[in-house]
Each structure stands twice: as C-alpha cells, then as structure tokens.
Design a protein around this ligand. Structure first.
Ligand code: UT7
Length: 332
C-alpha cells in the first residue's frame, strides 16, 4: 500500500479588530513601551471585544475564507480538532460549536487542551488520522481568546497575551509532502508555573475564588522562560538532526510567539539566519494555541512546494515540541 502523509493544503487566520498597544498598557499598569519591547518584542495585540462572540467565532472567520479559497464545502470535512484553552464553554468542546457554525454536518471532533502547544498537538493528532487512511479532510484549528482569562491589573501577564489564531486543512498525500516527523513532550511537574488556579475540579468556582482573582492566568515568568528557552531549542535542533537536515536544508522556523528572546535562542541553536525565522509577535503578542497557524497564515505566500518548515512550541503544562513539515504547494 502507498504510504499516506498528511499534507497541509490550505491555511486560514484571524485576529479581531480591536488593538491594544503598549501605550494603552502604560495607562493601565506600571509598565513602559520600552520594557515590553526589549523584554518580549511585543508592540501590540488584538482583542475580541464584540459582545456575544467567543473563540468559535474567531475560528469561523479563519475557516470559511480558507475553505472557500480551496473550493471545499464544509460538509466534506470529516474531523475537526481544535487546540484551545479558552473554548466557548468548559464543555461541550469548541470543535463541536465550530462544526455547527460552519455547517460541518458530517464531521466529528474534539478539543486539545495543551496551552501554547495546543495547535502542535492537534496537528500531530490530525495528521495521524489522515495517515490512517480513515479520514480525507481534517480541519486542525488553534485559537485562543486569552483576554477572557487575563488580569488587566497584572503587569506580569497582561502585556504578553492577545486573541486570535488560525487553522489548516489536512488531506492525504502520496508523494511524501506534509507532516514528516514530530517530537512532542510534556512535564506536568511544571504546572504551578503557568496555570489558571480556579474553575476546574481542584478549585471549583466560588465567590471567594472570583474575589481572589483566581480565574486569571498566573505565571512565574522567569521560571517558564528558563524551561522554554532550553526545551524549545533542544527539540527544534533534535528534529533537524534526526531527519538529517542541516541549517541550510531548513527553509523556515515557525516558532511559538511567546518572547522574541526565546525565538532568537531557538534560531541560534539551529544555526538559522534571521530571514528564515518567522516573527509576528510584535503585532499579535502571544495568542497561545493561535500563534503557529497565524504565523503560517501571515507568511504563506513565501512558502514554496518542498520547503522544510519546523514548527516549534513551548507552553503551560509544561508542554512542548517540534514538527517537521514538507510544504505541499506553491503560492496560489
Ligand atoms: O507562552 C507560554 C509560555 N510562556 C513563556 O514562554 C513566557 C516566558 N517568560 C517570559 O517571557 C519573561 O519571563 C517575561 C516577559 C514574562 C518577563 O521578563 P523577564 O525578563 O523574565 O522579567 P522578570 O520577570 O525577571 O522581571 C524583571 C523586572 C522585575 O523587577 P525587579 O524585581 O527587577 O525590580 C519585575 O517586577 O521587571 C519587572 N517587571 C516589569 N516591569 C515593567 C515585570 N513585568 C513588568 C512589566 N513592566 N510589564
């Protein structure tokens, strides 16, 4: 039997209209544009402020133009896998709601909760479903409406995160294009460094948890930085090495956009020159599960058939990893 790989055949992205700049944040917390820019590389982020709109609505706005461009009816979609930690509800899954809103009447699906690695883990899952031969059109999404779990009085976190994300369509390929290899990891012992204290079964919501602001993201930035900078660089290098690729063979690094210093350290470890490293953190901040698809969407026109892309993340959990993709199409 011919070997099936899961090719990315289309990419979509979306960020909401409202922009929160560093100058805006200077008026909200004790910070400066200079501090945020030099420590993170972020200049602005987008926030979903429309009443009654949630993560699924951002997904719909990324997915529909993508399917239209590719000429695919939503009823052809077999599976929806959505990386997110800010689904519309605790349950049902965001994938369910996305499916309903786009009219994917013949699909099943589920969410992947892996924080900033949500899209990467969802991509691995979706690609295995395609590789199995059982599914022909799998929609992999990664989006977060981080503004709903960010404390805009906490300067440690509110300067970092934004709303948005994107999606890719996976289809079977018989020439080796698509997801080639993956290295995915987690270490739950790091959970206390980046998490949402209340709202789950450990600390269910009470008046007290709300008063204590425990439904917002808590992060020990320095500790997370230390783990991120070594682990993301290590897996990115390891996936190159075990696939026999040198820095010349890698066309693009698509890194999680959490901190420009982490991206630079990863690129340096891989020996990549700056022009191969895709960066849009300045415009969107950290959209958690949204960063990788949003980055591919922004830079899609630069990718050529056969290009080697390395997608790398590090996030809460801890979760991290790298996926090697052989790009399947020239700019359309
Ligand atoms: O995507 C999920 C994974 N997350 C990450 O990868 C995030 C990893 N961590 C980071 O990116 C960085 O640690 C931060 C950007 C969060 C913080 O940068 P840092 O260089 O590690 O700063 P720090 O936490 O060590 O703080 C340095 C100083 C402190 O003041 P003192 O104690 O030196 O007087 C902080 O209180 O900067 C202060 N500070 C700020 N000052 C102005 C912390 N936040 C701010 C701020 N504006 N927003």
């Amino acid at each position: 039997m011919e070997k099936i790989t899961a090719a990315i055949t289309a990419v979509g992205g979306y960020v909401p209209e409202t922009v929160l700049t560093n100058a805006d944040l200077e008026k909200m917390v004790d910070t400066t544009d200079e501090w945020i820019t030099t420590r993170t590389g972020i200049k602005e982020r987008h926030l979903l402020r429309e009443p009654g709109k949630a993560t699924s609505d951002m997904a719909v706005r990324a997915i529909m133009p993508m399917l239209e461009k590719r000429g695919i009816d939503p009823e052809e979609i077999d599976v929806i896998v959505c990386g997110t930690i800010t689904g519309d509800y605790i349950f049902p899954a965001c994938a369910n709601i996305i499916g309903d809103k786009i009219g994917a009447k013949n699909a099943w699906g589920f969410d992947v909760a892996a924080a900033c690695s949500g899209f990467l883990f969802a991509l691995e899952t979706g690609s295995r479903l395609v590789q199995s031969g059982a599914y022909k059109k799998v929609l992999v999404c990664g989006l977060d409406k981080m503004s709903t779990i960010i404390d805009y009085t906490d300067r440690n976190t509110c300067i970092i995160f934004g709303d948005g994300g994107g999606c890719v369509l996976l289809e079977p390929n018989y020439e080796g294009f698509g997801v080639v290899d993956s290295i995915l990891r987690m270490d739950g012992s790091g959970r206390q460094y980046l998490y949402q204290k209340a709202g789950g079964s450990m600390n269910p919501p009470t008046a007290e948890t709300v008063a204590n602001r425990e439904h917002y993201v808590t992060q020990e930035g320095k500790a997370v930085f230390k783990f991120a900078v070594t682990n993301m660089a290590d897996v990115s290098y390891e996936i190159m090495e075990r696939n026999g690729l040198t820095s010349d063979d890698v066309n693009w690094l698509v890194p999680h956009q959490a901190n420009l210093r982490i991206i630079d350290a990863t690129a340096e470890r891989m020996g990549l020159s700056k022009e191969k490293v895709l960066v849009n953190i300045d415009r969107y901040g950290n959209t958690t599960a949204g960063t990788l698809p949003l980055c591919m969407y922004d830079f899609e026109k630069q990718f050529r058939k056969g290009d080697h892309l390395i997608l790398s993340t590090f996030g809460g959990g801890f979760t991290w990893g790298s996926i090697l993709v052989k790009w399947a199409y020239d700019p359309r």
